[in-house]
Design a protein around this ligand. Structure first.
Ligand SMILES: NC(=O)C1=CN([C@@H]2O[C@H](COP(=O)(O)OP(=O)(O)OC[C@H]3O[C@@H](n4cnc5c(N)ncnc54)[C@H](O)[C@@H]3O)[C@@H](O)[C@H]2O)C=CC1
Ligand SMILES: O=C(O)[C@H]1O[C@H](OP(=O)(O)OP(=O)(O)OC[C@H]2O[C@@H](n3ccc(=O)[nH]c3=O)[C@H](O)[C@@H]2O)[C@H](O)[C@@H](O)[C@@H]1O
Length: 476
């Protein structure tokens, strides 16, 4: 089966880049990305795209208006497409049953209802959003309960594994593509149609097919395993600080075992991003619902350790600044949840800022990609601050890291942007209050050199001492 028209509902961090790469690799397919947000679609059709992702601009320029279209006309795109990706957000529920843990599937359900209402021909519906196990069954039930004559549906699970900041690279050269479907002739035909799309650029061995529930669960499992590695190394970082071991050395030694591998063993101020916490909580909730409390408690620890790491780091800042940060100026370098993205969802910086604001610190924030309005939205969100006017008083935003650090008591590196490695720290030191402290929450700076400039230096997972020669271990 070959396909001519594909539509994707949801023009976000996944739907946008995924469809851009799909359009560039499949010139024989017309790809239309639709969204209910007019503002987002307007940006996709403008010079300034709604998301920053290395390499994305070039692909959009190459395909937009040829076989790649962005539109708010959801119904038209559904009617015309043979295959529909659902790529809408599935955040943690903030109300009702499962509040704070379960995934909120209201957007997914609304897409299923819309497809059922407007479709006039058979469709393959592909769940690309991350969902709890058996969500495809709910989609199928909604579609089948509203089915029209001569319209048939097949629902597939095709979770996305891209990471922000490397999305284009990940999409062009994925480790694997996962497709789950129904074990029936019609199910197999739908699976083959989606395989055909991916095989335009992904080799056959990398396209893995399986049953729908395994595919849905594999996505949650993959994120849980990745998050667990970070929490494990972060737990080790606390042991390192208490013993004189160096977490980079421990990470290198542990990761050199080919059974363990070196990736995702970088200790940090805690993981952020829209998915790790959401998906692990989703798994915890699933385990609880399945009456597997020991499994739920096991995965909950991954989240608890992440929370502990953020708290621990802030407590150290406060301790080192003579047990009070009230009215002290603290320059925060980086607000995005990782480098090479402007995304701040669940960024550790938000929580570090919150805890420091709770102590009355004056924050001076700089990030090369995050919009000022986004920072203020994050810091005035109801779960972060009950008093937006206080946030206004405590927070200043800067477009230059040197200005942010001027007159500050401390610099805190929250995001591992490359540019922070090459700043003129002598200049920064000269313009700070003394003693000048630097807290490297990402372990990216040359700590001994900073120490020699006169800074009091603190980082994750090791004690900094003057003149100590440490081997630099490659981080992954
Ligand atoms: N952000 C990431 O790096 C990754 C995200 N995922 C998963 O992909 C899904 C989407 O995530 P993001 O793209 O980050 O979310 P996002 O919030 O950036 O984008 C979702 C888009 O869907 C739109 N939308 C919501 N309901 C709609 C409806 N009924 N009709 C049309 N449009 C609608 C929203 O307006 C929004 O623009 C989530 O389930 C997430 O867990 C999976 C892998 C990576
Ligand atoms: O489902 C998703 O949304 C995606 O979640 C993550 O991707 P992403 O959150 O974009 O970025 P990561 O590179 O995984 O980083 C997540 C967080 O962990 C932190 N991290 C990462 C690696 C590490 O060794 N240490 C560490 O603290 C990062 O700084 C960041 O805050 C996964 O890597 C993707 O495979 C997955 O598709």
């Amino acid at each position: 089966m070959t396909l001519k028209k594909i539509c994707c509902i949801g023009a976000g961090y996944v739907g946008g880049p995924t469809c851009c790469v799909l359009a560039s690799k499949c010139p024989d397919i017309t790809v239309t990305v639709v969204d209910i947000s007019e503002a987002r679609i307007k940006q996709w059709n403008s010079e300034k795209l709604p998301i920053f992702e290395p390499g994305l601009d070039d692909i959009v320029k190459q395909c937009r208006g040829k076989n790649l279209f962005f539109s708010t006309d959801v119904d038209k795109a559904i009617i015309e497409a043979e295959l529909i990706f659902i790529s809408v957000n599935t955040p943690t529920k903030t109300y009702g049953l499962g509040k704070g843990r379960a995934a909120d599937l209201k957007h997914l359900e609304s897409c299923a209802r819309r497809i059922a209402n407007v479709a006039q021909s058979s469709k393959i519906v592909v769940e690309k959003s991350t969902v709890p196990v058996r969500a495809a069954e709910s989609i199928t039930n909604i579609l089948k309960a509203n089915v029209k004559p001569n319209v048939k549906y097949q629902v597939l699970s095709n979770p996305e594994f891209l990471a922000e900041g490397t999305a284009i690279k990940d999409l062009c050269n994925p480790d694997r593509v996962l497709i789950g479907g129904e074990r029936s002739a019609a199910g197999q035909e739908a699976i083959e149609a989606l395989c055909w799309v991916y095989e335009h650029w992904v080799s056959k061995e990398k396209v893995i097919t399986m049953n729908t529930w395994s595919s849905e669960l594999s996505k949650l499992a993959a994120n849980a395993f990745l998050a667990q590695r970070i929490s494990s190394i972060n737990a080790m970082s606390a042991v390192c600080e208490a013993t004189g071991a160096d977490v980079s050395e421990v990470s290198y030694a542990v990761g050199s075992d080919t059974r363990i591998g070196p990736k995702f063993l970088q200790a940090s101020v805690g993981f952020g991003g829209s998915c790790f916490q959401k998906d692990v909580l989703n798994l915890v909730y699933l385990c609880d619902c399945l009456n597997l409390p020991e499994c739920a408690a096991y995965w909950q620890q991954v989240i608890d350790m992440n929370e502990y790491q953020k708290r621990r780091f802030v407590n150290r800042i406060i301790e080192c600044l003579f047990n009070t940060v009230a009215d002290k100026k603290i320059a925060m370098f980086g607000f995005a949840f990782k480098k090479d993205t402007g995304d701040t969802r669940e960024s550790a910086s938000i929580y570090l800022s919150k805890y420091l604001m709770d102590e009355g610190a004056q924050l001076r924030i700089y990030d090369p990609k995050v919009e000022d309005s986004q920072i203020m939205r994050d810091l005035t969100a109801p779960n972060i601050s009950e008093n937006p006017e206080r946030v206004d008083k405590l927070v200043s935003l800067f477009s230059d890291p040197y200005r942010a650090a001027e007159g500050a008591h401390a610099v805190v590196v929250c995001t591992e942007w490359d540019e922070f490695k090459t700043l003129d720290y002598q200049r920064i030191y000269n313009n700070m209050l003394k003693p000048a402290s630097i807290f490297d929450g990402r372990m990216i700076l040359d700590h001994e050199a900073l120490h020699d400039l006169g800074f009091h230096v603190e980082t994750i997972g090791k004690k900094i001492t003057r003149g100590k020669v440490t081997r630099q271990f490659p981080s992954v």
